[in-house]
Ligand binder design. Structure first.
Ligand SMILES: Cc1cc2nc3c(=O)[nH]c(=O)nc-3n(C[C@H](O)[C@H](O)[C@H](O)COP(=O)(O)O)c2cc1C
Length: 216
């Protein structure tokens, strides 16, 4: 897969969501490429991001991207393939630092994405468990009635996970399985990654044209 990051982000436009930072959380599901591309697009589009990473999320990054990141202070340029100037709007927070802004509902955000969302984190979110900052920030987004997007990746899906998805959905979360469509003129893996990222950006109300839209 190409490592190329598009330099022209004029197709990611100013929207109301841009006024508030976006929370991106990475848990231990497979699909590290989705997170990296999502963060690249947000950073290049000038969006402020609060970034959270679980220990298992870090292990998946090591397995799938071949990177050994420091769980407490990951090198964002290495992880995302961006310059330090491009990563300046991304603030990383340690997993158990509950003094961060995103641990409180009084801090406003433009929404939160857990991508990938492991079965374990899905379960915690569905049951209101707040034992780490990812789970706490998710709970905050639900209670504040803000957009919370979960991107699980598991197949087949167990009865337990299906019930957890329904519970999270009923609590207000958007469940977006990492399940890219193939109908938009797929030429390579990047197109499949972009399909998921474009749909996530749509859910965040961030205008984008990184993937050709059906009917246009
Ligand atoms: C390489 C690797 C791939 C994994 N893939 C998945 C996956 O696709 N979906 C999932 O739910 N869990 C997956 N797991 C298991 C989770 O990482 C594990 O359940 C972990 O406890 C989740 O913790 P977290 O929710 O705090 O990130 C994977 C683990 C590893 C090491």
């Amino acid at each position: 897969m190409s490592e190329q990051v598009p330099t022209d982000m004029s197709n990611v436009m100013e929207t109301p969501a841009k006024r508030f930072p976006i929370v991106i959380a990475v848990s231990g599901g497979s699909g590290a490429v989705y997170t990296r591309r999502l963060l690249q697009v947000l950073a290049r589009g000038g969006y402020a991001v609060h970034l959270l990473l679980s220990a298992a999320g870090n292990q998946v990054i090591q397995q799938e991207l071949g990177l050994r990141l420091d769980l407490n202070a990951p090198d964002l340029e290495t992880w995302l393939g961006l310059s330090s100037d491009e990563t300046r709007l991304i603030q990383f927070h340690q997993l158990h630092d509950f003094f961060t802004p995103v641990a409180s509902g009084s801090y406003r955000t433009g929404g939160m994405v857990i991508c990938p969302c492991s079965g374990g984190t899905l379960s915690a979110v569905a049951h209101g468990i707040s034992s780490n900052l990812i789970q706490r920030a998710a709970e905050v987004h639900l209670k504040e009635r803000r957009k919370l997007i979960l991107v699980p990746r598991e197949t087949p899906v167990s009865h337990v996970a299906l019930k957890n998805m329904l519970a999270a959905h009923e609590a207000g979360a958007v469940i977006m399985p990492a399940s890219p469509g193939w109908y938009h003129g797929v030429k390579g893996l990047d197109d499949l990654v972009d399909f998921m990222v474009a749909r996530i950006l749509d859910q965040l109300n961030i205008d984008n044209e990184i993937v050709h839209r059906w009917g246009t």
